[in-house]
Design a protein around this ligand. Structure first.
Ligand SMILES: *Cc1c(COP(=O)(O)O)cnc(C)c1O
Length: 481
């Protein structure tokens, strides 16, 4: 492809993307393809000779698009959103065009200094103390791993980096039963061992039970184990339950344990002053992660990781072979030393576009709107005697299920699974589920950038229709239950 063809196809694709966003509501949210469908439509080996770009694009429309689940569809209510915005798409486009590998300041001074700037902006927007320093990682999973590795090194006086597992203080890491799976993964990768990951039970609202946490740490100390770190969840993945940061922080301080906060999803809500109380006690936190790529209109990937002790972070990850030395190393941020990868994408650009184009007020309006829609959905569930709420709604996620007096929990679990499958196979909306306290629970998260109130009403209609169909079937087959 030469530059003129690039110009031609570039314009064409921008138009295609604009049309896609205009008409995205016409697609089935969830792809209807079956396992192997796409694989069987693709050649088994790469082409010998270069192909015409029109033909390649045709196959993209014909083969790839039908196998896409539309994450930016306004009626995608599954998982947590990973929303984009036009500003962010344009930033990403420029990042790929420039293609810098932003590992040292010198490899693109603007990339390093813009990253420092937007991370400071974001820190202040979400109300973290000014002694936190930020760096953009790819995902919250990586951020949490970076946090635990830093804890491991700081608390072992950097011995494990040096001599490996011969230094073995039997570290223990604590998080609630509702913590994200990435925490356990990080514990395993960091060499601490899944058996030393202690899952603490939760309160009725699914937040961590701090007396159980305190008890578990005391017990470990009595048995000669070494409590290393607590990971609190600010917004669990199942139900956005909020661990009490102040209470957990007091326990971390009492035992001198590292304290990481996983606010991957809910962190974005902290730009609203009315939710700032959630991080009361934040000064006791060592590291904090939130994902602009989830609910801050910045397309995947962009995970904002903040650390109070920048030196411990850098000392954990730095290596300075001759070929990486530059003249300014003592004056600048070389972000390769702030995490795992050497090669890093210039992600600050898209975040800068988003923060500037929306402004604080624009971001706040969107997030408040999403929470308001969730409140309306919650009211709908509360007003329908066939449904119940399964967990307190803290932000824009509503956990609910179908209920019927005459049915056992097992029967209800089966029925709710069926309801979910029926709803999703309409193609009109997409929800996922979780289990809370043994109850099969449907999750409804409203956080797409361009979702409207009309989308909500239509989605409620879809849910009602499917519920009525299911109810009719239950009544007919009532003797089978
Ligand atoms: C989504 C999520 C994660 C994982 O985020 P990635 O960026 O995909 O690694 C971790 N913790 C919580 C609470 C989450 O909601």
């Amino acid at each position: 492809m030469d530059v003129n063809e690039f110009r031609k196809y570039g314009h064409q694709l921008i138009d295609w993307i604009a049309d896609y966003y205009d008409n995205i509501g016409d697609y089935d949210v969830l792809s209807k393809k079956l396992p192997g469908d796409i694989l069987n439509s693709l050649p088994k080996s790469a082409p010998e000779k270069g192909e015409n770009f029109d033909e390649i694009l045709n196959d993209f429309y014909k083969i790839i698009m039908p196998g896409i689940t539309h994450w930016q569809h306004p009626k995608f209510f599954a998982y947590f959103p990973s929303n984009t915005s036009f500003e962010s798409l344009l930033g990403e486009f420029l990042t790929s065009a420039l293609g810098p590998i932003a590992f040292s300041w010198q490899t693109s001074p603007a990339a390093a200094e813009l990253e420092e700037t937007v991370m400071n902006w974001l820190r202040d927007l979400i109300g973290l103390p000014s002694n936190f320093q930020g760096v953009i990682q790819d995902t919250a999973s990586t951020s949490t791993l970076v946090s635990l590795l830093t804890a491991r090194e700081k608390y072992s006086n950097y011995a494990i980096n040096k001599i490996g597992s011969a230094y073995s203080p039997n570290y223990r890491v604590y998080a609630s039963e509702e913590a994200h799976s990435s925490v356990e993964k990080a514990v395993k990768i960091a060499g601490i061992g899944a058996d030393n990951f202690i899952k603490i039970s939760t309160n009725d609202d699914y937040s961590i039970n701090t007396s159980e946490l305190n008890y578990a740490i005391r017990k470990d100390l009595m048995q000669g184990k070494t409590p290393l770190a607590i990971v609190a969840a600010l917004g669990t993945t199942s139900s956005t339950a909020m661990d009490n940061i102040e209470e957990v922080g007091n326990i971390a301080a009492k035992y001198g344990v590292w304290f990481h906060v996983d606010a991957a999803y809910a962190g974005s809500a902290l730009i609203l002053p009315e939710y700032r109380h959630l991080i009361k006690g934040i000064e006791k936190v060592d590291t904090f992660v939130m994902n602009p790529h989830k609910w801050l209109f910045t397309n995947f990937d962009a995970s904002a990781y903040f650390a109070k002790d920048k030196n411990a972070l850098i000392r954990t990850f730095t290596l300075l072979p001759e070929y990486l030395k530059t003249n300014h190393d003592d004056k600048v941020n070389n972000y390769r030393d702030w995490g795992i990868q050497l090669g890093r994408r210039f992600r600050a650009l898209k975040l800068w576009f988003v923060l500037r184009s929306y402004g604080l007020e624009g971001l706040q309006d969107k997030i408040r709107f999403h929470i308001k829609l969730a409140e309306k959905f919650e009211n709908f569930i509360n007003d329908d005697i066939d449904f119940e709420i399964n967990a307190p709604r803290t932000l824009n996620l509503v956990c609910f299920r179908f209920i019927s007096d005459s049915l056992s929990n097992n029967e209800l679990n089966q029925l709710n699974e069926q309801l979910l499958n029926n709803i999703n196979s309409t193609g009109k909306i997409y929800l996922t589920h979780t289990k809370l306290n043994g109850k099969y629970t449907l999750r409804f998260v409203i956080g797409k950038t361009y979702v409207t109130e009309q989308d909500l009403h239509e989605s409620i209609q879809t849910i009602l229709e499917q519920k009525e169909l299911l109810k009719a079937k239950v009544t007919i087959n009532s003797e089978t239950f």
